[in-house]
Ligand binder design. Structure first.
Ligand code: C2E
Ligand code: CA
Ligand code: CA
Length: 324
C-alpha cells in the first residue's frame, strides 16, 4: 500500500471549507500523477494546470469520437533494394480550429491522462485496414510499423486486440511490427515482457524504438524478444559531430548485427549520415533525407510506383560517396 496526500492550508489557500477541500484534491491529483506515494501542497499554478488538463482531456475524447485523428505514413527504406520495405504509422490530430497538430503536442499529455491507449488502438485499427486497402490495390509485401505505448503493454488484453485487428484486415502477423520505446519497457519490465511474449507468439514483430536512450540496454537485450532495433535519431544526428555519440552508434549497430536483429536508423537527414550507416552495414533507414510522414494518397502513390522519385541515387550516395 502506498499513500498520496494533497494539502491545502486555511486560510492562506482559501477560507471556504468546501473550496479548501477541492484545492486539497487538486494537490492530491498532482501527487498521484507525478508518480504517487508522495505529498503535495496546493498552489495557484497547479490549479491552472489542472484546468488545462481537464480541457485537453475533454478535447481528446471529443476528437476520438469525432474521428479527428489522421494517420500519416513515413517510408522505411532499404538501401540495397532501393525500395520502400515498410511504413511507420504516425498519428496527427486534425484539429477543427488549429489544423494539423503533431503527436509531440498531445501524445505525452494523452499518456498522462491515460488516453494514449485509446488513441493508439484507433491508429492500429486504422493502419491495419489501410494496409488491407493497399493489398487490394496490388501493393504487396509492405511492412506496417505501429507505435505502442507502455500503457497498452501493461494491459493483458493487448494481444487479443492486436489479433482482432489482424483478422479484421486479413493481414499476415509477420507484416505487422509493433514499436515500443526502450525507456518505456524499462519502467515496467516484468509486466511488459509477458505481454511481449504473447504478442510474439501471435507472430507479430517487435521493434525497440528510440534505442540507445534507455539505460539498461545491453543487460536486457539478451532476454528481450525484439526483432528490430531502431537506432535513435539523437545518435544519427550526431554522426561525425560528436565522437562519443558516433562511437556509441557504431557499437549499437555492431551489437544488433551480431544478435541477428534487423536494424533501422531513424532521422537520417544527410548523405554523410547515410554513408556512415551503409559503411557499417546498416541498410535500412528512415528520415527526412528521403521523406517525412506522408498523408495516405501520397504514400500510396510512392508504394505503387516503386518510390524511384524518393530513393533515386541513394545507392550511389551510400556506396560511392556522393556530394553532401
Ligand atoms: P517516433 O516513434 O520516434 O517517430 C519518429 C518521429 O521522428 C516522427 O515524428 C517522425 O516524423 C520524425 N522523423 C522522422 N525522420 C526524421 C528526420 O529525418 N529528422 C527529424 N528531425 N525527425 C524525423 P512525429 O510523427 O512527430 O512523432 C513523434 C512521436 O510521437 C513518435 O516518435 C512516437 O513516439 C509518438 N507517436 C506518433 N504516433 C503515435 C501513435 O500512433 N501511438 C503512440 N503511442 N505514439 C505515437
Ligand atoms: Ca516509432
Ligand atoms: Ca523513434
Amino acid at each position: 500500500v502506498s499513500t498520496s496526500i494533497g494539502i491545502a492550508l486555511f486560510p492562506d489557500d482559501c477560507d471556504d471549507a468546501q473550496l479548501l477541500l477541492l484545492r486539497a484534491d487538486v494537490a492530491l491529483q498532482h501527487a498521484k500523477s507525478s508518480g504517487g506515494n508522495d505529498y503535495h501542497f496546493y498552489t495557484r499554478e497547479l490549479e491552472i494546470r489542472s484546468r488545462e488538463r481537464q480541457t485537453l482531456e475533454g478535447a481528446l475524447r471529443r476528437a476520438l469520437a469525432a474521428d479527428e485523428f489522421v494517420v500519416h505514413y513515413q517510408p522505411l527504406i532499404d538501401l540495397r533494394t532501393e525500395k520502400i520495405f515498410g511504413v511507420e504509422a504516425l498519428v496527427r490530430w486534425n484539429h477543427p480550429e488549429r489544423g494539423l497538430i503533431p503527436p509531440s503536442e498531445f501524445i505525452p499529455q494523452a499518456e498522462e491522462l491515460g488516453l494514449v491507449g485509446a488513441i493508439s488502438e484507433w491508429v492500429l485499427d486504422r493502419a491495419t485496414s489501410q494496409h488491407r486497402s493497399w493489398r487490394e490495390s496490388g501493393i504487396d509485401g509492405v511492412r506496417l510499423a505501429v507505435n505502442i505505448s507502455v500503457d497498452q503493454l501493461r494491459q493483458r488484453d493487448l494481444p487479443l486486440k492486436v489479433s482482432r485487428a489482424l483478422n479484421a484486415a486479413g493481414m499476415a502477423p509477420g507484416q505487422l511490427e509493433l514499436e515500443i520505446t526502450e525507456s518505456g519497457i524499462l519502467r515496467d519490465y516484468r509486466r511488459c515482457i509477458r505481454t511481449l511474449d504473447d504478442l510474439k507468439s501471435l507472430g507479430v514483430r517487435i521493434s525497440l524504438d528510440d534505442f540507445g536512450t534507455g539505460q539498461a540496454s545491453l543487460n536486457y537485450l539478451r532476454s528481450f524478444p525484439a526483432d528490430t532495433v531502431k537506432l535513435d535519431r539523437s545518435y544519427v544526428s550526431q554522426i561525425g559531430a560528436s565522437e562519443s555519440d558516433t562511437a556509441i552508434a557504431t557499437a549499437i549497430l555492431a551489437l544488433a548485427e551480431s544478435l541477428h536483429m534487423d536494424m533501422i536508423a531513424e532521422g537520417v537527414e544527410t548523405s554523410a549520415q547515410l554513408r556512415f550507416l551503409a559503411d557499417r552495414r546498416c541498410h535500412r533507414v528512415q528520415g527526412f533525407l528521403f521523406s517525412g510522414a506522408l498523408p495516405e494518397p501520397a504514400i500510396r502513390a510512392h508504394l505503387h510506383d516503386g518510390a524511384a522519385a524518393l530513393i533515386g541515387g541513394a545507392r550511389e550516395i551510400s556506396v560511392a560517396g556522393g556530394p553532401d
